[in-house]
Every structure is written in C-alpha cells, then in structure tokens.
Design a protein around this ligand. Sequence first.
Ligand SMILES: NC(=O)c1ccc[n+]([C@@H]2O[C@H](COP(=O)([O-])OP(=O)(O)OC[C@H]3O[C@@H](n4cnc5c(N)ncnc54)[C@H](O)[C@@H]3O)[C@@H](O)[C@H]2O)c1
Ligand SMILES: O=C(O)C[C@H](O)C(=O)O
Ligand SMILES: [Mg+2]
Length: 652
Amino acid sequence: MSNVSNQIRASSSLIKRFKQRMTNPAALVQSRSFTTLEGHRPTIVHKRSLDILHDPWFNKGTAFSMTERDRLDLRGLLPPNVMSSEQQIQRFMADLKRLQVQARDGPSDPNALAKWRILNRLHDRNETMYFKVLIANIEEYAPIVYTPTVGLACQNYSGLFRRPRGMYFSAEDRGEMMSMVYNWPAEQVDMIVVTDGSRILGLGDLGVQGIGITIGKLDLYVAAAGINPQRVLPVMIDVGTNNEKLLKDPLYLGLQEHRLDGDEYIAVIDEFMEAVFTRWPHVIVQFEDFQSKWAFKLLQRYRNAYRMFNDDVQVYGNLEVRNRSNRKSKRFDERHTCKKGTAGVAIAGLLGAVRAQGRPMIDFPKQKIVVAGAGSAGIGVLNAARKTMARMLGNNESAFESAGRQFWVVDAKGLITEQRENIDPQALPFARKVKEASHQGLWEGASLAEVVREVKPDVLLGLSAVGGLFSKEVLEALKGSTSTRPAIFAMSNPTKNAECTPEEAFSIVGDNIIFASGSPFKDVDLGNGHIGHCNQGNNMYLFPGIGLGTLLSGSRIISDGMLQAAAECLAAYMTEEEVLKGIIYPSTSRIRDITKEVAAAVVKEAIEEDLAEGYREMDARELRKLSQEEIEEYVKNNMWSPDYPTLVYKKD
Ligand SMILES: NC(=O)c1ccc[n+]([C@@H]2O[C@H](COP(=O)([O-])OP(=O)(O)OC[C@H]3O[C@@H](n4cnc5c(N)ncnc54)[C@H](O)[C@@H]3O)[C@@H](O)[C@H]2O)c1
Ligand SMILES: O=C(O)C[C@H](O)C(=O)O
Ligand SMILES: [Mg+2]
C-alpha cells in the first residue's frame, strides 16, 4: 500500500484515459470537449487521513474509491462499501424522510433519535464540550448515547452515518490490516471496543451498523471512567452479514455477502488482534456483542495472550471463579458477612435480591431461579450463579451438584431437560433430569408459564431478547412464588426487548417485589407515597472500571480475579438501607463514583496477583507500596475530565 506506487498507478491510469481520448475522436466529441478532461485533473490536497474526511471541501465520505482510500491513507476509516454519489444522496434523502417513522417505533422518548443526532454532531465538533454535557447530565443522556437509543441508532445507521468515527476492518482487508492500523491518527490508544455486529443488543445481526454500540460503550469509558477520548478507538470488523434485509438493501454500508465462518473468520479476527497489539502493545480490547457461537471461542483463544475481555459473557455473567479463601475483599466481607466472592453484574443483583428479602447472602444457594434464555448472557449468568452457590455450600463436588438443582432453564423450545435433542453443550449442565422434572409436574419443552407455576421460583430472570416474554400469564404464575419478596430481572436490551415493564411486574405480581431491567425504566408510583424501584442491571457498572483498572495497573492480562474484584465491589456498593428499599444497583448518576471504586479494586487485585506492571511513572514497585486510599487517589487523579487545555502551536 505504498503511497508512491499508488500515486504512480493513479496518474498512469489518467494518462491512459487521456491517450484513449486523443486517439479516439468519437470519445473526444462525446466528452463535451475538454471540460470533462478538466474534471479529471486531480485536486492537490495537502492533507491525508482523517483530516480529509473532516474537511467539507474535500470530503467525499463513502464515495472515496478504494484506490483513493489507499492513496490518501483512508483505508479502514470508512465503511467498506464504496457508494456512488447518487447512492449517497439517496441514502441521505431516505433518512431525512424516515425521521418521523423512526421516532414512532423507537424507545419511549419520541425525540430520542433527534437527541442522538444533536449529541452526535456535538461529539464531532467539540469532544470536550460533548463530554462535559454527557457527564453533567449522565442520567438523562446515557439512555441516548448508550442503551436503549444506541440500538435504534444502529438499526438506522446507514441513514444516520455522517462523519465516520472509529475504524472498519473488513474481510476484504485481509493481509492489509497491519498497515491499515497506522491510518489511525492517534499515537496512543488505550481502549478499543470491537464488534463484528453479529448480535447487537437483542436486535440480532446488524452487520456493519453495529459500530454504533462500540461508540456508545466508549462514550461511557470516557464519561464514567475518565479514559482520555483521544485514546479510544471504536472498531467494526465487517465479515459480512446474515441479515437478509441488509444483504438486499442497496444503501447498506457494509459488505454485502454472507458472514465468513470457520477458519476464515478466525483468521480475520486473528489478523486484527495482531495488528492492533503490534501498533499499541498496551491497548485493552473489549469484545462486544459477538454472537454466542463465537463469543466463548474467541475469549478462550485470546484471553491469556492479550489484554482483552468479553463484556457480555464475562462482565455480565460468566466468570471462572477462583478460590479466594486466603485473599478476600475486606470491604465485601465486612459489609455482607459473606466469606465468598461473587461474579458479574447479574450476580451482584441476585445477591442484592437475597439481601432485600432481609436474608443473609449465604442463603443464596436456597434460591430457586428460573432463567429464560440460554444464549451467551444466560449461560454466563447460570455458570457464575452456580459457582457462587457451590462455593457458599462448601466448594466441593456435591456442593456443585446440588447448586445445579436450583436452576430451571427455558429457551425458545421450552424447559431444557436431558431429553432435549442436539442440546447445546453449554446448556447441558443445566438440563433438568427427566424423572425429577416429572415429579414436579414438568417435562421437556414445558412452557415458561408452566415452569414458573410449578417451580414457584424466588427469581425469574430473562435474557431471551424477547420483549414481553414475561406475559400476564407468566407474571400471574409468579404470584405463587414461595419467596417473601420475589425478584424479576428483565435484562434484555433494548427497551422493547425487556421481558416485561416494571408497571406490569408491580401491578400483576404485587408491590413487594424486586425489579431490575437491562435498559432504563422509570420508577413506578405505587400510590400511598410508595415507590416501586426500577433498577438498571447493566454491564455499564463494571466494564468502564475494569478497563480503567487494567490500564492503570498495567496488568498484562485481565484475570478472573480482576473481574471478580470488580463484581464484588459493585455488590458491596449498595448500603443495607438501600437494598431493603429494593434498590440493588446504583443510579446512573453515581456511575463515575462506582467506576472509580471498581477501577481501584481491579488495580488492587492486579497488584495482589502480581500482574501489575505499572503505568507511566507509576512502576510496579511504586504500585505495590500504595495503600488502599492511595490506590483510590491514584485512580481519581488519572481520570480525564472535560476541561479545555491551553493550546500552543508548534511546528512538527
Ligand atoms: N443487561 C445487561 O447488561 C446485558 C448483558 C448482556 C446481554 N444482555 C441482553 O441479553 C439478551 C440475550 O443476549 P445473548 O447474547 O444471550 O443472546 P443469544 O441470542 O445468544 O441468546 C438468546 C437466548 O434466548 C432464547 N429464547 C429465544 N426465544 C425465547 C423464548 N420465547 N423463551 C425463552 N427463551 C427464548 C434463545 O433460545 C437463546 O437461548 C440480549 O437482549 C442482550 O441485550 C443484557
Ligand atoms: O449494551 C448494553 O446495554 C448491555 C449489554 O452489553 C448488551 O449487549 O445488552
Ligand atoms: Mg453487549
């Protein structure tokens, strides 16, 4: 991809075209004399890369041809599908006209997408101001730049796309990624969020349009964790899409071919990982919204070699929980009398629900839990919850065995039992024994309502991506719960995929429940001055702190212990008083504070595990000397704040 050779190639094709015209008089007549030729004369630019895309005089957006992209160091800075200018106009006009329709099927706020656009434009003009607005109004605007509106933005991305943000690596860039990565203008990148667009929130395969979620996640990295916005990089790996609608859409911005699979797919992801870690050896890569088919495999492939983690599988649910018998989080133990660790946002919430019943957390293994959804998130939660229970019961094989009996898993085909044909190996450990099930009046494929009616669970947890799955019938059945305070977790995103709304839950099951959802809902007025609290159980409470803590510790990898320390910190964050009121997660307005604490917990754990190699002037030895308070201070001092710096001009 040498610039010089590209320039030579480009000018030789121009000369060729000129010669053709001179030797072909017909072409000369057709070409409206020399004006067309004039049109072929190149415009000299003294800019390259993003500077061109940000210059309205020269920018052609998605219409830059592939050769031009190479010549001007633009490769990877635009979605891969090259558009004609007619297509660009068509896309713009379609978007303009779609505005009202989009608003109708969007989240509850009819102006959400309009707000997204206004904020997006500010983001493009002035990042400092953008983040100042976001941080000061995080409760109001997190639902716009992040879940749920970001889902709607992804669905409409082809229309909303204006100025590119982040990098695009496509299946057609194989063999080029190592050089493409140098097209990114920042010398240092701390945080990458990458997706292949295969499972965006609960919206399915959105192909290249999934880039929106990586931008939304990084907005929280900056706003909540104070990662410097100049050092974040959203990445889309476009390996095609299996979304038939997008494959046929002439205005789609991504590769219009079916997804790569097998070794070919892995080769693309491998090449991407090698490229980014070659240019930025200390970068942290968060994998986001990969379909479960690949999420687990890629995690296993990279986690011991690179600083990476998977937000949906690990942060939300599944952790290989280590034995913490001689290294317990003091704060966690002091507050909760629980001598064992926890894992993930879901587990923090599940333990909160036990506390909210006025019971000690050690009673967690007695909870009967019905989980709807056995995908990457559902299986992640099940594994983590089972291990947490097993450790509370003595951490031996029989404890693990009996913990397994506390779960009933229902997927698209109903209750999973050992009778299930072609059972997913990840779900197999949670399949109910047929005999046991029939004693309970249940069978393979029993419906969710039937399962809830027979099991009378303490907790009903949804990670199905099916909006309204907790129907009136299911919620009525939950009224028979044997718990003093049943808990409903409607965790699927975005809003319209929530398994039920808090209004439905409180009005059908009763005032005395615990309610949490993945996307934000308003609290419910129960009358008589009582509030039905709606908790937002979302991985946003952990991933920013995990990233910041990893960065500041300089840990080589992201260990289970570091993830677990983060989760413990979240579980310990809520006071007894809050929990008894039914508040099991902090409000978004406290996200910068909880993130700081989570990051400090991660740094501390990395030091204890001897993984910390230090960050800038704070080397490993210095880090080891820090007290708990000093670690917190160190984290706080390294969080970027949106203040204008004084600028001084200096020639290169
Ligand atoms: N709150 C959070 O922080 C958080 C974190 C991760 C994922 N999620 C959400 O979880 C949802 C699922 O994500 P995933 O990666 O596991 O998806 P997935 O596609 O891998 O899994 C979906 C599962 O739901 C099951 N299902 C489908 N229809 C069903 C039905 N009618 N009844 C019961 N089960 C049904 C499927 O069989 C599958 O097992 C998404 O909406 C995502 O946004 C939320
Ligand atoms: O993105 C979110 O809001 C949470 C989670 O990562 C999801 O995939 O739903
Ligand atoms: Mg996700």
